[in-house]
Design a protein around this ligand. Structure first.
Ligand code: UDP
Ligand code: MG
Length: 311
């Protein structure tokens, strides 16, 4: 298939149960926007029959291309794969579970087409019926990451439409550890925001547990901010001031004949200094690990199989 107007990129992991009906709804919505489109489904190493479903849907829908990653590389890598293979003059990224309302596809497309903007951001209005701890975590994470990184990530989502120019610019960003929303925000370009309400998941459950959300947050933070490293400077300054005051006081007491009493002070000081040192080391280690991952320069994903490789 040659270039088209719109590529719709959908990462999917273990979505077999509803994939066929979800894709049907997505295709119907895309067709209301433009007849010139392609659907790109990226199977992120599913352990259910998602790939078989993709093959089945692809055989009936010539505008669909499927890519199976060799294992679970994560949603970020799946999005990256989709952006790399898409051929549209614009690319729209959305979830397979219909949490991103399909009715907005046409609006995204029109805004891009008619207002000549390069990015259309879907902005979460509220987090729908997600459980309270997820909403709090997601709010908290977005708030902290936005403040620290200087990139506004609050209420941001992976539901976006990018002009070809932005897709090409995005693809030049070389990091291994990608963070789609942050990177799009970092690129800039003329953007419009369209609010949407997060729909409940159509079926199944979220692939992101609490652990992966925290890891994801930490990745985003370390990729976008040096604040944790600067924390070490602050820690050093506080300890220096503290040691100056406490040291002068101890010397004063010693020369005035009443030395600081004891063991407790020494232990407390030891523990505080030890703790601060280990914390600093841990922060440095995190950045070291991130650098290590980057310098290996491994690909972000490996494609194992393609449905419709002929196209
Ligand atoms: N997903 C993926 N790889 C993963 C986790 C999720 O490709 O490791 C896909 C998933 O199939 C869905 C989208 O990313 O299309 C969003 O995932 P999910 O609904 O689990 O996340 P949430 O909506 O809770 O953010
Ligand atoms: Mg979801």
């Amino acid at each position: 298939m040659d270039a088209c107007e719109l590529s719709v990129i959908i990462p999917a992991r273990n979505e077999a149960a509803h994939l066929s009906s979800s894709i049907q709804r997505i295709v119907a919505a895309v067709e209301r926007a433009t007849p010139s489109y392609e659907i790109i489904l990226v199977d992120d190493g599913s352990s259910d029959s998602t790939w078989a479903e993709i093959l089945r849907i692809a055989s009936a829908c010539p505008r669909l291309r499927g890519f199976r990653l060799a294992r679970r590389y994560g949603k970020e890598a799946a999005l990256s794969a989709g952006l790399e293979v898409c051929r549209g003059r614009a690319a729209l990224t959305m979830d397979a579970d219909l949490q991103h309302p399909v009715e907005l596809i046409e609006q995204f497309y029109r805004v891009w087409k008619e207002r000549r903007v390069q990015v259309v951001h879907g902005v979460k209005q509220d987090l729908g019926r997600d459980p309270i701890h997820r909403r709090l975590l997601s709010r908290g994470f977005n708030y902290v990451a936005s403040r620290l990184s200087g990139v506004d990530l609050r209420s941001s989502a992976d539901f976006k439409l990018l002009d070809r120019q932005v897709v090409d610019a995005w693809l030049t960003l070389p990091e291994r550890r990608t963070f789609y929303r942050g990177m799009v925000a970092w690129l800039g370009f003329q953007a419009v925001e369209i609010p949407f309400t997060v729909e409940p998941r159509i079926q199944g459950r979220s692939q992101f547990g609490l652990g992966s959300l925290i890891r994801f947050g930490w990745y985003a933070l370390t990729s976008y901010s040096y604040f944790p490293l600067r924390l070490i400077h602050i820690l050093a300054a506080v300890f220096l001031a503290f040691s100056f005051i406490l040291g002068s006081w101890a010397l004063f007491l010693k020369f005035s004949g009443a030395a600081v009493s004891g063991f407790t002070t020494v232990i407390i000081l030891q523990l505080m200094i030890g703790g601060a040192l280990l914390l600093s080391l841990a922060l440095i280690a995190e950045y070291l690990a991130a650098i290590y991952e980057e310098v290996k320069r491994r690909p972000r994903y490996v494609i194992a199989e393609i449905a419709r490789p002929d196209q």
